[in-house]
Design a protein around this ligand. Structure first.
Ligand SMILES: Cc1cc2nc3c(=O)[nH]c(=O)nc-3n(C[C@H](O)[C@H](O)[C@H](O)COP(=O)(O)O)c2cc1C
Length: 193
């Protein structure tokens, strides 16, 4: 899969096979995040990998899934993530520039995961106080987001947006993700409406 294909193939995946991801692979994904662009090259993000089976269920309980299609979008028993990567930012670096870094690093993880058939979901809707307690995260870190991971067990396709940006599932369980059309978002030399 070349870069172009990977960018087009990547979709958020929220249902997973229950096979564990080797630590080596998780390490490679974080290594990809480490190499992402960083404003002034500050590199403010640290990554807490969670793959201990005893921690998976407590972490799951702090996350909120697929707001447009609740509750069907929430992974059920046998579909839940087998690993998480928690994005942590040292409090002194927690500013708008860190957010750009987080986006770039998260995308590197999601694209890197495709190589292994691993799907993921960036989760911003997190009960942070609860998660901090569960994982005993020191106060010097701000919890930004969590990426859930696992070998993909659902299909998701992008399609042109036609009046709604809400993703939905069809009768076969395939997720459809409306994306704004190129002609609606790309301007060449001037903005003409
Ligand atoms: C910053 C950010 C926060 C997100 N938070 C959540 C979340 O809390 N729960 C969830 O299920 N998906 C979350 N998502 C995933 C989006 O819903 C998903 O990226 C979007 O629907 C587009 O689908 P696609 O990734 O397949 O293109 C988040 C994505 C981003 C970039």
């Amino acid at each position: 899969m070349n870069v172009r294909e990977a960018i087009r193939a990547r979709r958020t995946i929220r249902k997973y096979q229950q096979e564990r991801i080797p630590l080596k692979v998780l390490e490679e994904l974080v290594d990809g995040a480490r190499l992402a662009p960083s404003a002034t090259n500050r590199q403010p993000i640290e990554y807490l990998v969670v793959e201990d089976p005893a921690l998976l269920e407590p972490v799951f309980g702090t996350l909120s899934w697929a707001g447009y299609i609740k509750p069907h979008g929430t992974p059920k028993e046998g579909e839940k993530p087998v690993a998480y990567i928690v994005f942590l930012v040292r409090r002194e670096f927690d500013d708008v520039l860190a957010k750009y870094d987080i986006g770039a690093a998260a995308q590197n993880i999601l694209l890197g995961a495709l190589e292994y058939g691993i799907g993921g979901c960036i989760i911003g809707s997190v009960k942070r106080d609860e998660l901090r307690k569960i994982l005993q995260i020191p106060e010097e870190y701000v919890i930004d987001c969590v990426i859930s991971l696992g070998y993909a067990a659902e299909k998701s396709v992008a399609e042109d947006e036609r009046g709604s940006i809400k993703y939905y599932k069809d009768q076969d369980g395939v997720m459809h993700v409306p994306k704004r059309r190129l002609k609606d978002i790309m301007h060449i030399n001037s903005i003409n409406r």
